[in-house]
Design a protein. Structure first.
Lengths: 313, 285
């Protein structure tokens, strides 16, 4: 016979847990829709010809070619931005975590500056980049405009460099977190073996932080692949490579990056009803390819995250 | 049928030969030379405004095992870290007084910190092998002092250090395995091997067995008894039984002061100070 005091009281269910579940369900359904719908519609447009043909200037959807140039353009931008961003972000992250005094005013101001940069909309960065790279002295990054003291200001180089500003704060933060999470016992062990400060960082701390650093870079690549404002304003709205007809030949590559072209995001904008083209189905095809790329990047990040666990004691 | 671990524990012969015994080469050598290896004179230390070590005079004799004992927070670890200048890393740390190694002041301007830290090696409380292979862990310190060393020579040094640390037979078949894949006791022996690879003269251990099981502890104690024939060993320990088992001398710290030091057997039976007696009897700690 159960004691009265222990007997279950009448169920008074609170709405709290249900509301939490409902919020989650809404988000999951919306996200699933956002991912699944374009994939289904876009998959219809995917075929080998679509992936391996350059876009063609035509307002008729059937004649507007494929997305080979935008895919190449996305890869070009990713390469330019990540190759320059990685060493700068890494150097900054190492300086802020290992050398700068944590609570000193200059360090806090630097961190604040990086945080502020993270909050600047990419459209603002794009206009800033256009203004800077229109200066005639910087013609090497794009091309000189005949008959005016101006540079063209639109090219893969310009877009890549402005894109650095868009992602660098995020990458620095990710790298900083990774370096900070390396246990101080590794540093102690290295110092006790007679290693200098820099060699301790290089040989003990950075290898331990490598998975997190790579994660930061890959997530940055995801941001690069998905940005539209900087591409549209700084690379340009041209669907084909304006630098060289045969852009795949290595000796043309310098000309290619000094001139305009397209990426998957600018192609999507251009081909959608909002842009100048008229190929909404092909736009979804490009969405499909872009999502596959971003999904693949996230899977790699996930895999690296699992590898990281081995390094934790 | 007793398992191997219990048999191992039973077969231990505890305690080094006391210095007063006639037999044992080690006892004779230590008694004859009585050379001071590392010594502090009037050592005071501060973390910012707070003084943590008060006027400690303590010589450590060559080839002895000396145990620093005392309750938590009494300054033993801080004192230990002064001797290889690991406290230099902490910005608010300051010392006054002398610390000499073989008669040379370790805080002199022209002292090479890297060389000092190799000569006075340190093993920490929690095993901290690098997230690298066993081979690379041992080779880490060696590569620092000799960046052009050949792989074959490095391999010899790694093998020798692992043999000295009684770990070779357990890992020789797979030196490329991660150091973190070993058990706790094996990791700690790996850390000892890593310290031995750079040819130290003094080995300092800060509570090396506190996170290990009794079998691993016994293995490491046996190892230290073998190593003291070649090296001078300083061990900080909370475990009075361990101090009694393996040390020649003990030094009792309390609130940053050295209360008493002397031969282990003598101090255990007849401590001179009331605080030492109270600590050894477990009245506080």
């Amino acid at each position: 016979m159960i004691d009265i005091a222990l007997k279950k009281k009448r169920n008074r269910t609170s709405p709290g847990p249900f509301l939490c579940w409902l919020s989650t369900a809404i988000i999951v359904v919306v996200c699933a829709g956002l991912v699944i719908y374009p994939l289904i519609v876009g998959a219809k447009a995917i075929n080998l010809e679509f992936l391996l043909t350059d876009p063609l200037p035509s307002l008729k959807e059937e004649l507007s070619g494929g997305i080979l140039t935008p895919i190449a353009g996305t890869i070009i931008i990713i390469l330019i931005t990540s190759v320059i961003t990685t060493p700068i972000a890494l150097g900054t992250a190492i300086y802020l975590t290992e050398y700068a005094g944590r609570d000193k005013l200059p360090t806090r101001l630097m961190s604040l500056g990086i945080d502020v940069l993270a909050g600047v909309p990419s459209a603002v960065l794009a206009i800033f980049g256009l203004a800077v790279f229109s200066l005639p002295q910087l013609a090497i990054f794009s091309s000189k405009v005949e008959g005016a003291e101006l540079s063209f200001g639109n090219s893969f180089l310009v877009g890549g460099i402005v894109m650095i500003l868009h992602i660098i704060s995020f990458v620095i933060k990710a790298m900083e977190e990774s370096i900070k999470s390396v246990p101080s016992s590794y540093r102690d062990a290295a110092y006790a073996l007679g290693t200098t400060r820099w060699r301790t960082i290089k040989r003990a701390v950075l290898p331990a932080a490598r998975p997190g650093i790579i994660t930061g870079i890959i997530l940055g690549i995801g941001l690069i692949a998905g940005d539209t404002a900087i591409i549209w304003l700084c690379v340009g709205g041209s669907m084909t490579m304006t630098g060289a007809e045969q852009w795949w030949l290595p000796w043309n590559w310098l000309a290619v990056i000094q001139h305009s072209g397209s990426t998957l995001t600018s192609y999507i904008f251009y081909s959608s009803p909002a842009g100048e083209g008229n190929s909404p189905n092909k736009a979804f095809g490009a969405v499909f390819v872009l999502m596959v790329i971003i999904l693949a990047l996230n899977l790699i990040v996930d895999y690296l995250g699992k590898t990281k666990k081995i390094t934790q004691v | 049928m007793e398992n191997k671990d219990m048999q191992f524990l039973r077969n231990q012969s505890y305690g080094p030969a006391p210095l007063s015994e006639e037999n044992g080469e080690r006892a004779k050598m230590a008694a004859k030379t009585n050379t001071v290896k590392i010594e502090t004179r009037n050592l005071n230390a501060w973390y910012g405004p707070k003084q943590v070590i008060f006027s400690v005079d303590l010589p450590v004799i060559e080839n002895e095992i000396i145990a620093f004992i005392g309750p938590s927070g009494c300054g033993k670890s801080t004192y230990l870290r002064c001797m290889n200048r690991m406290n230099d890393i902490i910005k608010s740390f300051r010392i006054e007084g002398d610390i000499t190694l073989d008669g040379y002041d370790i805080y002199a301007r022209d002292v090479d910190l890297a060389t000092l830290r190799r000569k006075v090696g340190m093993v920490f409380q929690h095993p901290n092998p690098f997230p690298m292979s066993i081979f690379d862990n041992i080779a880490f310190g060696v590569r620092e002092s000799n960046r052009r060393i050949k792989k074959a020579e490095l391999g010899e040094i790694v093998e020798e250090s692992l043999r000295q640390a009684s770990l070779w037979n357990e890992v020789k078949d797979n030196l490329n395995a991660s150091g973190l894949s070993l058990s706790g006791g094996q990791q700690q022996r790996l850390c000892i091997a890593r310290a031995l690879a750079v040819k130290p003269e003094v080995i300092m251990l800060d509570e090396p067995c506190s996170s290990l099981d009794p079998v691993s502890t016994a293995r490491i104690e046996e190892l230290l008894l073998q190593l003291c024939e070649e090296y001078t060993i300083i061990i900080v320990t909370h475990n009075l039984g361990q101090a009694r088992r393996i040390s020649h001398r003990m030094a009792f710290f309390l609130n940053g002061r050295l209360i008493e030091e002397g031969p282990t057997a003598e101090m255990s039976i007849r401590p001179r100070c009331r605080e030492t007696e109270n600590y050894l009897c477990g009245r506080f700690g």
